[in-house]
Design a protein around this ligand. Structure first.
Ligand code: TUI
Length: 312
């Protein structure tokens, strides 16, 4: 299953793990990379020195390439950007903003920059700024999202840019990987399926909520604040949506969610925590190792693609 992305990143399978806050730490990143995909450490809102430690611990667990996801709303993003260069990281994905101001420094250090985008305009801007590839992330994704669905976004982005496109949002099995190829993508990024992986440090109660979830069990909060977030429906999302409907101000909503992702991931608080997950949660049925997940998906996609003119 060779594509421009497997060549660019020097990986065996065209599968990239999402840079999920709290979840995408060194154990998960190393497990995905060791299984032949690209693991990512999600810098999220962490201080730069904590990211440096994560990088060093990941290097101790894998010889394979892995990357860093920089969440651009992170107040420490400037320092994280420098730590990435200092630690010799060669692949960066970015989310929740425009990484233009770091491009020159990263490119000078031979870091491949792969921005996550939710629109054609942003994809074109990133290509012009020197991105090596883009992740086109549809609204089916968990966490902070755009408005266009993966099925519509990926082919439009693929038509608009010459750099390779990675599809994300609503992809959780071999059918999704095969479909992504059909839409013009050359790899997929998956988050939710890896939250439920055996190597994921997410609390078992969070993993069980993903496994219990049905197709319609995710909701989007934060549309009124300009930061829409998809997570599994619970007391927290119900309270948030009620406050939003009543026109609550930004600070009131912020206070409700302060620390709530950490509570979900680390403490397993499935009632008042924010269980960020995508619409594909309904399809995830068991906890499996990253190796099992990647094997299952690539074998299924391989079978589906045979006879469709795709090399598998
Ligand atoms: O970034 C993500 N997913 C995330 S970030 C996150 S932490 C967070 N929590 C609460 C509120 C906000 C953030 C949880 N999940 N995915 C990548 C992604 N990037 N999705 C959409 C975008 C995006 C949006 C706007 C990328 C660029 C963009 O550009 C706007 C601009 O600056 O012009």
């Amino acid at each position: 299953m060779r594509t421009r992305i497997t060549e660019l990143l020097n990986i065996k399978y065209p599968i990239i793990q999402g840079g999920m806050a709290w979840v995408a730490e060194h154990h998960l990143a190393a497990a995905v990379s060791n299984a032949g995909g690209l693991g990512l450490i999600g810098a999220a809102s962490a201080p730069a020195e904590a990211v440096r430690e994560e990088i060093r611990m990941c290097k101790a667990l894998t010889q394979k390439p892995f990357g860093i996801n920089v969440m651009l709303l992170n107040p420490n993003a400037d320092e994280v950007a420098r730590v990435i260069v200092e630690e010799g990281i060669r692949v960066v994905t970015t989310g929740a903003g425009n990484p233009a101001k770091y491009m020159e420094m990263w490119k000078a250090a031979d870091v491949k920059v792969i921005p996550v985008v939710a629109s054609v305009a942003m994809a074109k801007l990133m290509e012009r700024a020197g991105a090596a590839a883009v992740v086109a992330e549809g609204t089916e994704s968990g966490g902070h999202i755009g408005t266009t669905a993966t099925m519509a976004l990926v082919p439009q982005v693929a038509d608009a840019v010459s750099i390779p496109v990675i599809a994300a949002g609503g992809i959780g099995d071999g059918r999704g990987l095969a479909a992504a190829f059909m839409l013009g993508a050359e790899a997929v990024q998956m988050g939710t399926r890896f939250v439920a992986a055996a190597e994921s440090i997410a609390h078992d109660s969070f993993k069980q909520q993903i496994i219990r979830a049905k197709d319609i069990d995710s909701v989007v909060t934060g549309l009124s604040t300009g930061h829409p977030v998809r997570s599994l429906r619970n007391r927290m999302t119900r309270e948030y949506l009620r406050l939003e409907k009543e026109g609550a101000d930004f600070m009131e909503l912020e206070n409700l969610t302060l620390g709530s992702l950490r509570r979900a991931v680390m403490d397993g608080d499935v009632v008042n925590g924010t269980l960020m997950a995508g619409q594909i949660a309904g399809m995830i049925k068991e906890v499996q190792t990253c190796r099992e997940i990647i094997q299952e998906i690539t074998e299924q996609a391989g079978r589906l693609l045979q006879g469709n003119g795709m090399e598998a």
